[in-house]
Design a protein around this ligand. Sequence first.
Ligand SMILES: O=C(O)/C=C/C(=O)CC(=O)C(=O)O
Length: 222
Amino acid sequence: MTSRNISRFWEWGRKIICVGRNYADHAKELKNAVPTEPILFLKPPSAYVREGSPILVPLYTSNLHHEVELGVVIGKGGTAIPQSAAMEHVAGYALCLDMTARDIQEECKSKGLPWTLAKAFNTSCPISEFIPKERIPDPGSVKLWLKVNDQMKQSGCTSQMIFSIPYLISYISDFISLEEGDLILTGTPKGVSAVQEHDELQAGIEDVITMNLQIIKCPLKA
Ligand SMILES: O=C(O)/C=C/C(=O)CC(=O)C(=O)O
């Protein structure tokens, strides 16, 4: 059997589970109510893109937004994981972007339709290299930031999350079994904004990692 290396989870991990509106300031900036339960959606593994490859802008959107997030990489699977044991299931972290076609999302919301085309297109999940768990001893208090063309757009701290990482692992695993190699995107702080072709994005987890990405128009579908 081929051995699976968790530090290359994006090559074989089967799910990307995303949490929406997990920062009150971001929920408010998009004029949404602050949630009382986690809001979940999925991206397929084909959404992954790594530093060095471009983020593609689907031709069907004219309002592609960046959302910087802390990603949690699952090292041990489980179902109905209690909060008290949740961190035992974490192998590490990744700095992630949840690229969002905001105009398509608005249209889907107004029609009561799922957000799939807004959130799950190819390259909608840029990720950093794997960050072993030991490098972030307190994931509930790390600073995330994102710049577009050298201008700071997002700056927040995971201490502002409404639902903590142990709570999210426990909540998700009650409905969707978590497997080794899965990634949980834990939501974005305020400051999301539109990006254009050739924009340079730089994002970081303070004192841990930075990554650089470029935006390219996608020749897929009008
Ligand atoms: O409800 C909306 O209008 C938009 C929500 C998001 O796209 C939120 C996220 O994905 C997030 O908060 O990370």
